[in-house]
Design a binder for this molecule. Structure first.
Ligand code: TYM
Length: 351
């Protein structure tokens, strides 16, 4: 049965990349799949956040999910730390994954920077916790932006090694499921999760530099559109967005080598639910002085209702907290079901 899991860190500055690359794409899945959408507060701990801010951002991301149209009756919305089994399975995976795999993770290298000796050990094993998030629910599909691709490959490697290391035990307990790995038909406990990374929004870039991704941690606020920005701020940031002096090309191939133009066209496509071809059909040959106001209008029209709704929901902290509590209870039931099997498989005694 298809099951979707995805998550966002409550580290503040939720932006257009998070919305278009992740949240907006989650909405459509709610009717066809069982979905879990998680505010991954344990992941945020890897960068030692201020406790009061961590609570505030956890509620803010929850409000953003709800304001965007995530329905907590259909989907399970919860904060990660409520479901203790995430930490439990992450430990098991710390013992499955190899140092060499983690050493190759580019996001660790980026985030740790030059002073690697001083990075938290949590930051290093972060991808194992992410694999645990996903596999705790035996999720089959994970909709994320392109920057998470390497972590999802590691998740598959972890699942495969676990299935392999414990194959006899899984078979003797009779809890394996059949799946196709390459040409081979194998039986395993954890599914090999499919990343869902596609569409014009899988990599939204900085508005100040089309070669850098839009990021929560960019020191320049002009580099990103925050979900809490008001209409004037959104319009100003798009007006100030870096571009080259040429008009928009007449076909999408003409966007190659023009990262800023490519990015703005991609944002327009994602906001309007079309593709870059359609945007170029409408705007090809036009100057940025024409295109930017159209993009600003579209962005304001799409984002303002969400911002307003976010503000309204944030005002009702009791409601936000009750959504997380209810989601946490529902997730815990699923999580414990998997963990009971995992403990049996690896040889932990339990009642
Ligand atoms: P995080 O919190 O950095 O980002 C949340 C989601 O937003 C996407 N995203 C982008 N998409 C397009 N363009 C961008 N510029 C952009 N910036 C961010 C991310 O790809 C992501 O989908 N490790 C994850 C959180 C996580 C998770 C998980 C995700 C923890 N456990 C399990 C999926 C499944 C992270 O740091 O995302």
């Amino acid at each position: 049965k298809p099951l979707v899991f995805s998550g966002i860190q409550p580290t503040g500055n939720l932006h257009l990349g998070n919305y278009l690359g992740a949240i907006k794409r989650w909405l459509d899945l709610q009717d066809s799949h069982e979905c879990l959408y998680c505010i991954v507060d344990m992941h945020a701990l890897t960068v030692n956040p201020d406790p009061v801010e961590l609570m505030q951002f956890t509620r803010e991301v929850t409000a953003a999910f709800l304001a965007s149209g995530i329905d907590p009756k259909k989907s399970i919305v919860f904060n990660q730390s409520r479901v203790r089994q995430h930490a439990e399975l992450a430990w098991v995976f710390n013992c499955v994954a190899r140092m060499g795999w983690l050493n190759r993770m580019t996001q660790f290298k980026d985030k740790a920077g030059k002073d690697r000796e001083n990075a938290s050990a949590g930051l290093f094993v972060y991808p194992n916790l992410m694999a645990a998030d996903i596999l705790l629910y035996r999720a089959t599909h994970v909709p994320v932006g392109d920057d998470q691709k390497q972590h999802l490959e590691l998740t598959r490697d972890v699942a495969q090694k676990f299935n392999n290391d414990y194959s006899d035990r899984i078979a003797s307990l009779g809890i394996g499921v059949d799946m196709q790995v390459g040409d081979e038909q194998v039986s395993g406990f954890f599914p090999l999760t499919e990343p869902m990374i596609s569409g014009p929004a899988m990599r939204i870039m900085s508005l100040r530099d089309g070669t850098k991704k839009m990021s929560k941690s960019d020191p320049s606020d002009l580099s990103r559109i925050n979900l809490v920005d008001d209409a004037d701020t959104i319009a100003k940031k798009i007006r100030k967005a870096k571009t080259d002096p040429e008009a928009l090309p007449s076909d999408v191939e003409g966007l190659a080598g023009r990262p800023e133009a490519d990015n703005l066209v991609g944002i327009y496509a994602a906001l309007s639910g079309t593709d870059k071809e359609t945007v170029i059909r409408d705007f090809g040959g036009r100057q940025f002085s024409d295109f930017k106001p159209a993009l600003a209008d579209l962005a304001v029209a799409r984002l303002s209702p969400i911002t307003e709704e976010m503000r309204r929901i944030s005002g009702d902290q009791a409601y936000v907290d009750s959504v997380l509590k209810d989601g946490g209870e529902r997730a815990s039931v699923l999580a414990e079901e998997t963990m009971r099997h995992v403990r049996d498989i690896i040889g932990f005694l339990q009642d």
